[in-house]
Write a protein that binds this ligand. Structure first.
Ligand SMILES: C[S@@+](CC[C@H](N)C(=O)[O-])C[C@H]1O[C@@H](n2cnc3c(N)ncnc32)[C@H](O)[C@@H]1O
Length: 457
C-alpha cells in the first residue's frame, strides 16, 4: 500500500522544525478547528435528526432480524438516494463499511444494484443473509425449524474457547451448552445453505434473549435478569424471519454482493471478486474515532458462528480493522505526511495527536489511534475515488469525538482530506448532536460529509 505514495518531494527538515513547535492545549486546537470550519459548507438539517440511529429499523421487515446498534436508519438511505441519486447510466451503489446491510437493503428495494464490503466475518454474514432473503424458502425454513426443535440429541458439545461462554452468570441455566447444541443440530440438517444460514442468524440474534449480557457502548455489560431458553428464543426469532418472508413473497429482488474484506484495499478486493463496475453513489458510515472495537463487542457472535475459533485468530481480526481503536495495529503508516497535497492536514492531525489535554489514560494510546485513523481515512477515500464515476457522490456518515479534553471534529478533517484529494465538498449536513460519554456537557456532532467527483478528475 505504501510505495505508490512515496514519490513526493517532501521536506522532512522543514516539517521537523514545524512539528517541534507543536504541543498545543485543547483550547488552541478548538480555535484552530473553528477557524477552519468557518470556511466550510455546514448546514444543520433537522430532518435527519431521527435517521442517524438503527432503532427505527427494528420495526421494518428484514432490517429487524438483528439489532445492529451502530447502524443507521433505512430512512436515511432513502433520503440520500433522493438527494444524491446515482446517474442513470451508473446506477450501482457501494457501501465499503456495510455493517448489517442497511444501505444494501434499501438499494435492493429501489431495484438498484449494490455491493457491500465488511471486514468482520460475522457482520458480513449478517449482511449476506439479510440481502439474500429472497433465496430462503419459507416452507423449508419452517420444516427445518420444527426438526431442529425436536432434535434432542443429548451429547455435550464443547463450548467455544471464549471464556465468556463458560461463565454461568452470563449464561444461566446452562444456556451456553444449549446454544451450541442447537447450532450443531442446525448444521446436521439436510437442507439448503440459505435455510441453514437463516436459522444460524436467528440463533445468534437470540444471544441477548438467553444471556445476562447487554451491548452497552464499547462493552458487554452484565445485567441480572430472567432469561428464556435458547429453544424458545430460536423459535421466536425464526418466526419473525418467516413472517417477513411471507409478507415479501411478491416483492421484486435484486442480487446484491457482500464481500468480506478491507475498505482500505477496495479496488483490488472488487477486482479479485470480478466486480468491475464503477459506482454512481458510495454511501457508508466508517467506524467512528471513539475506541469502539467491533471484534470485541461482537465476540460472542463471532465465536458462536465459528468464524473465530481461537484467541490468536481473534487478535488477528482486531489488529487488521480500521484504526479507530487501540487494538487495531497494522504497521504504522505515513500517507498524509508523504502526500504533498495533504501536508497541512498532516500537521493538523499531528498537532491534535500531540495535544497536552488528551487525558492520562489515553496519553499513550490515543496519539497512535488518531494518526492511524486519519491515515486510514485518506486511504479509504483514495480507493473510493478509483471506483466512483465522475459526477457521482460520496456520502460519509460520521460522528465527532472527544479524547480527554481534546475535541476532534472528524467530519471537518474528512472534508479537508477529501478536498485535498480533489473531491468537491458539496455540504456537511449536521444530522444530530449526541453527548460525550465522559463529559455530559460536551455535544458531539454526527454529520453527513457529502462529496462530488468532478467531471474532469
Ligand atoms: C458504523 S458500522 C456500519 C453500519 C452500517 N452503516 C449499518 O447500517 O449497518 C462500521 C462497520 O465497518 C466495519 N469495518 C471496520 N474496519 C473495516 C475495514 N477496514 N474495512 C471494511 N469494514 C470495516 C465494522 O466491522 C462495522 O461493521
Amino acid at each position: 500500500m505504501t510505495n505508490k505514495l512515496l514519490d513526493c518531494q517532501y521536506s522532512h527538515t522543514q516539517e521537523s522544525a514545524e512539528i517541534s513547535k507543536l504541543s498545543p492545549i485543547a483550547e488552541d486546537m478548538q480555535l484552530i478547528f473553528s477557524k477552519i470550519e468557518s470556511d466550510l459548507p455546514f448546514v444543520k438539517d433537522n430532518s435527519l435528526q431521527d435517521l442517524m440511529s438503527y432503532t427505527k429499523n427494528m420495526e421494518y421487515p428484514i432490517h429487524r432480524w438483528y439489532q445492529f446498534k451502530e447502524g443507521y436508519s433505512h430512512k436515511l438511505v432513502t433520503t440520500i438516494l433522493k438527494d444524491y441519486a446515482p446517474p442513470k447510466n451508473f446506477p450501482a451503489i457501494l457501501d465499503p463499511f456495510c455493517g448489517s446491510g442497511t444501505t444494501l437493503l434499501v438499494a435492493q428495494a429501489n431495484q438498484l444494484p449494490a455491493v457491500g464490503v465488511e471486514i468482520n466475518p460475522f457482520i458480513a454474514f449478517l449482511s449476506r443473509v439479510k440481502t439474500g432473503w429472497f433465496k430462503i424458502n419459507p416452507e423449508e425454513l419452517e420444516r427445518v425449524l420444527k426438526r431442529v426443535l425436536k432434535d434432542n440429541k443429548s451429547a455435550r458439545f464443547p463450548l467455544p474457547e471464549l471464556t465468556t461462554f463458560h461463565n454461568e452468570e452470563y449464561f444461566p441455566n446452562k444456556n451456553a451448552y444449549e446454544l451450541v447444541r442447537l447450532r450443531d443440530a442446525i448444521h446436521r440438517r439436510k437442507t439448503t445453505p440459505e435455510v441453514k444460514d437463516a436459522l444460524i442468524l436467528a440463533l445468534v440474534a437470540s444471544l441477548e434473549d438467553v444471556s445476562c449480557l447487554r451491548k452497552d457502548g464499547r462493552l458487554l455489560r452484565y445485567i441480572q435478569r430472567d432469561v428464556i431458553t435458547p429453544k424458545e428464543a430460536l423459535f421466536k426469532r425464526t418466526m419473525v424471519i418467516l413472517e417477513d418472508l411471507i409478507a415479501m413473497e411478491n416483492c421484486l429482488s435484486q442480487d446484491t454482493k457482500v464481500l468480506q474484506g478491507d475498505a482500505r484495499q477496495l479496488d483490488s478486493l472488487l477486482s479479485q471478486n470480478i466486480v468491475h463496475n464503477k459506482f454512481g453513489l458510495i454511501l457508508y458510515s466508517p467506524p467512528y474515532l471513539n475506541n469502539f472495537d467491533y471484534s470485541e463487542v461482537y465476540k460472542c457472535e463471532l465465536w458462536l458462528t465459528g468464524f473465530i475459533n481461537s484467541y490468536s485468530d481473534w487478535k488477528e481480526l482486531r489488529k487488521k480493522t480500521f484504526r479507530s481503536h487501540p487494538e487495531s495495529r497494522i504497521p504504522s503508516t505515513s500517507y498524509l505526511k508523504d502526500t504533498p497535497s495533504q501536508r497541512e492536514i498532516h500537521l493538523l492531525v499531528e498537532k491534535a495527536a500531540r495535544c497536552q489535554d488528551i487525558g492520562s489514560y489515553a496519553q499513550t494510546r490515543a496519539p497512535r489511534v488518531i494518526r492511524g485513523y486519519f491515515d486510514d481515512v485518506f486511504l479509504m477515500l483514495k480507493e473510493q475515488m478509483v471506483r466512483l464515476v465522475p459526477g457521482g457522490y460520496i456520502v460519509c456518515v460520521v460522528g465527532n469525538s472527544k479524547h480527554g479534553n481534546l475535541y476532534i471534529p472528524v467530519d471537518t478533517l474528512i472534508a479537508k482530506i477529501g478536498q485535498a484529494l480533489g473531491l468537491e465538498l458539496v455540504a456537511i449536513r449536521i444530522g444530530k448532536y449526541r453527548f460525550s460519554r465522559n463529559q455530559k456537557n460536551q455535544r458531539l456532532r454526527e454529520s453527513l460529509v457529502v462529496f462530488r467527483k468532478p467531471e474532469l478528475l
